[in-house]
Design a protein around this ligand. Structure first.
Ligand code: GDP
Length: 175
């Protein structure tokens, strides 16, 4: 069953962003503390869980991954349905993935919940030498769009916990 008896809340969250920005690895880092250097397994995981305690309440975070469907523009409205939070991810070493954040936000606004908590994430912050999107670029865009912003590295496990927990805490606050 989706609900554990000891869980008070179930929060659906979605990961979106261009292919290969690191969505699957952010998810596996957060839910299993795993990172893979090769690309994703052939059969993608659709979602993963992690339980988060808030005082005496327990929230089950159900986080959905596109499992590669974004490559075929095959993400449907059911992916977004019921989601309370979205993490929009780009790769700091590829400008186009940052540019496409606008497209993803547009899709979110079309299909997603009105008051969804959205976090903008610039991933692969460990790749300092190939960086093309500055933290300031991400920050000012996020400010414009009224989003929370963080840079992460799924590889080095930097800020991954913070980014997810920030989103989950915000959802808990409005739940
Ligand atoms: P997705 O298509 O957005 O789910 O991206 P993946 O999680 O499959 O990652 C795509 C590629 O980027 C893989 O080769 C990963 O190992 C790599 N990758 C993901 N996150 C990071 C990161 O934080 N740093 C570095 N250096 N590589 C990463």
């Amino acid at each position: 069953s989706l609900y554990d008896d000891e869980c008070d809340y179930l929060f659906k969250m979605v990961l979106i962003g261009d292919s290969a920005v690191g969505k699957s690895n952010l998810l596996s880092r957060f839910t299993k503390d795993e990172f893979r250097l090769d690309s994703k397994p052939t059969i993608g995981v659709e979602f993963a869980y992690r339980n988060i305690k808030f005082g005496d309440k327990m929230a089950k975070a159900q986080i959905w991954d596109t499992a590669g469907q974004e490559r075929f523009r095959a993400i449907t409205s059911s992916y977004y349905r019921g989601a309370l939070g979205a993490m929009v991810v780009y790769d700091i070493t590829r400008w186009q993935t940052f540019e496409n954040v606008k497209k993803w936000l547009h899709e979110l606004r079309e299909y997603g919940n009105r008051d969804m908590v959205i976090v903008l994430v610039g991933n692969k912050s460990d790749l300092v030498d190939s960086r093309v999107v500055n933290a300031a670029d991400g920050q000012s865009f996020a400010q414009l769009e009224d989003l929370c912003f963080m840079e992460t590295s799924a590889k080095d496990n930097l800020n991954v916990e913070d980014a997810f927990l920030h989103m989950i805490t915000k959802i808990f606050e409005i739940a």
